[in-house]
Design a protein around this ligand. Structure first.
Ligand code: HEM
Length: 219
C-alpha cells in the first residue's frame, strides 16, 4: 500500500478518487442548501436530520474530514514532487491537458478553496460542533434556516464566498478532466465525460453563488 502512494500514478489515482468523493459530497451539500431558497421548513428538516443522525455525524462526517485533509495534503505532495521532477526535465504526455493555465495553477485555486474552508468552518461548522457537543445547547429543529440566513447579511462575507466559488469553478473545471484521466475513464466516452464535468464545474459553483446572493438580497 505504501508503495502505491510512492508511485506517481498511485498518488494521482488516490487524488482522483478523493476528488470524486468530494464532488459527491459537494453535490449533496448543494442540494440541501438549495432547499433554503425554496422552503425554510424543508431546509430545517434536512439540516436537522444531517445534524443529528448518528450515522452522518459519527461515520460520514469523520470520513468527509479525512477526505478533505487527504485531498489537500496529497495535492501539496503532488505539486512539490512535480516541481522537483520539472527541474530535471519537463515530461508532458498529456498534450494540451497538461499545459493549460488552470492545470498549472491547481495548487493556487486549491489554496484559495482551503482558505475558504477555514472561513466556512469558523462560520458554520465550529458553532455547530459547539452547539451540540461542547455547550450542549438544546436542539431546536427549526433553528437552521435562521442561522444560515443571518450569516449572509454581511456583504464582506458574501463577497469572500463569491470569490471562493469562482476559484472553486476554476479548480473543478480542470480537476474533473484530470481526475477522469487519472482513473483512465476517458477512452471512448471522452466527450460526454468532459461535458458532464464542465456542466458540474460551472453549475454547482454558480448555484452556490445564487444561494449566497439570494439570502443576502432578502434581508
Ligand atoms: C452558499 C454556499 C454554502 C453554504 C450556505 C454552506 C452551508 C454550510 C453549513 C450550514 C454547514 C454546517 C453543517 C453542519 O456541520 O451542521 C456547512 C458545512 C460544510 N461545508 Fe458548506 N456551505 C456552502 C458552500 C460550501 C462549499 C462550496 C464547500 C466546499 C468547497 C463547502 C464545504 C463544507 C464542509 C466540508 C462542511 C463540513 C461538513 C460537516 O462535516 O458537517 N461548503 N456548510
Amino acid at each position: 500500500m505504501s508503495g502505491f502512494f510512492k508511485s506517481s500514478i498511485g498518488r494521482k489515482v488516490a487524488m482522483a478518487l478523493s476528488a470524486f468523493f468530494l464532488m459527491i459530497f459537494l453535490l449533496q451539500h448543494f442540494v440541501i442548501n438549495l432547499l433554503s431558497v425554496f422552503s425554510a421548513d424543508a431546509f430545517n428538516e434536512a439540516s436537522h436530520f444531517m445534524g443529528t443522525n448518528p450515522l452522518i455525524q459519527f461515520v460520514m462526517q469523520p470520513i468527509l474530514i479525512f477526505g478533505v485533509v487527504f485531498h489537500f495534503v496529497m495535492g501539496f505532495v503532488l505539486e512539490i514532487k512535480n516541481k522537483k521532477a520539472r527541474q530535471v526535465s519537463y515530461v508532458s504526455n498529456n498534450g494540451n491537458a497538461n499545459s493549460t493555465w488552470m492545470s498549472r495553477n491547481m495548487i493556487y485555486s486549491g489554496a484559495a478553496i482551503l482558505a475558504f474552508i477555514v472561513l466556512h468552518f469558523i462560520d458554520f461548522w465550529i458553532p455547530e460542533i459547539n452547539h451540540k457537543y461542547i455547550a450542549f445547547l438544546p436542539e431546536d429543529p427549526t433553528r437552521y434556516f435562521g442561522e444560515l440566513h443571518h450569516k449572509f447579511e454581511n456583504p464582506i462575507r458574501v463577497g469572500a464566498y463569491v470569490i471562493a466559488f469562482v476559484f472553486l469553478a476554476l479548480h473543478l473545471l480542470h480537476g474533473f478532466t484530470s481526475a477522469f484521466q487519472s482513473v483512465g475513464a476517458t477512452a471512448g466516452r471522452k466527450k460526454t465525460m468532459k461535458d458532464i464535468g464542465k456542466a458540474y464545474a460551472i453549475l454547482i459553483p454558480l448555484g452556490f453563488i445564487f444561494i449566497a446572493l439570494y439570502h443576502h438580497l432578502n434581508h
